[in-house]
Design a protein around this ligand. Structure first.
Ligand code: AMP
Ligand code: ZN
Ligand code: FE
Ligand code: FE
Length: 283
């Protein structure tokens, strides 16, 4: 098989340096084109500042671009991530809510660093140096710990020092998932629940919760994601079909920040066409 053979499909969930990925938005576009993907969506955490660069680079590389975002939400006390495709950048209500989330991320990260600095030689300046621009999160703290020699890589830093069981951990503000779904729809976007059966969660999304989120306007569910646990999927798949949800596939690429490889899971072009028909910003 030739390396540049077309694999087709769209990778609908990727991160850049505008949140906790390690590659520029333009580099994600170039890598996607090199892999032979038809297109991709940039879905940085709680921000859309990478859109313009990604869109322009996609055009230059001759591949398709669908604008997206991954919103920090919660439902019944559990952290849940909501992907929003094609939202209008001028949507005041949605972006005001996102500003609150980013503000909380910043103060929470500062406090986590303060707690860590009691036991480790780590400072806010060192963490800020790991954040190019955009949304700050635990991955940037992880990178500073790696740079300082306290962990082998990001995953080790999470496992040893940054998970919720450590005394350093602090949660971050999240939008109620049903409210976030409403805000995404009001902004002309298409809401998709991200990685509903991720390994790192204690349990998959309960099907009763999926029913409620569907009633709130959820449009799709990311059942094909490298971190979803296979044994949790059949029940969710049946419920997704019952609620007429689109089923998406994506890698959740973070560059060198996570093992997920760009394009390892994809969605078909027909699905992207259906999404485009209902969103305010299809390209
Ligand atoms: P935060 O939203 O700041 O609490 O950080 C959570 C983010 O860190 C998630 O969105 C993941 O992308 C990333 N993450 C979670 N666990 C790991 C891990 N073990 N290794 C690398 N990145 C991780
Ligand atoms: Zn992330
Ligand atoms: Fe996520
Ligand atoms: Fe993600």
């Amino acid at each position: 098989m030739h390396l540049t053979q077309k694999r087709g499909g769209f990778d609908l969930h990727t991160h850049s340096v505008c949140s906790d990925g390690t590659t520029r938005p333009a580099a994600v576009a170039e890598e996607a084109a090199e892999l032979g993907l038809e297109g991709f969506s940039l879905t940085d955490h709680d921000t859309i500042i990478g859109w313009d660069e990604a869109r322009e680079a996609a055009r230059g590389a001759g591949i398709d671009f669908l604008p997206g975002i991954e919103i920090t939400t919660k439902f019944r006390g559990s952290s849940r991530h909501l992907l929003g495709y094609g939202i209008r950048p001028g949507s005041e209500e949605l972006f005001a809510a996102l500003a609150v989330v980013r503000e909380s991320r910043l103060s929470r990260a500062r406090e986590m660093v303060r707690r860590l600095s009691v036991d480790y030689d780590i400072t806010w300046e060192k963490v800020a140096a790991e954040d190019d621009e955009g949304t700050v999160g635990r991955p940037h703290i992880a990178d500073a710990l790696v740079t300082a020699g306290y962990a082998r890589d990001r995953s080790a830093a999470f496992a040893e020092l940054l998970h919720p069981g450590t005394p350093y951990y602090i949660g971050t503000a999240a939008i109620e998932a049903s409210e976030a779904i409403r805000l995404v729809r009001a902004a002309g976007g298409f809401p998709v629940l991200a990685h509903p059966a991720a390994q790192r969660q204690r349990r998959p999304l309960p099907v009763a919760d999926l029913a409620e989120l569907s009633a709130a306007g959820l449009g799709g569910i990311e059942l094909d994601h490298p971190e979803n646990r296979a044994e949790w999927l059949p029940e969710l798949r049946a419920a997704a079909t019952e609620h007429h949800l689109e089923i998406t596939g994506a890698s959740d690429y973070h560059g060198a920040g996570k093992p997920n490889r760009l394009g390892e899971r994809t969605s078909p072009a027909e699905l992207i066409s259906r999404i485009r028909q209902v969103v305010a910003v299809p390209h």
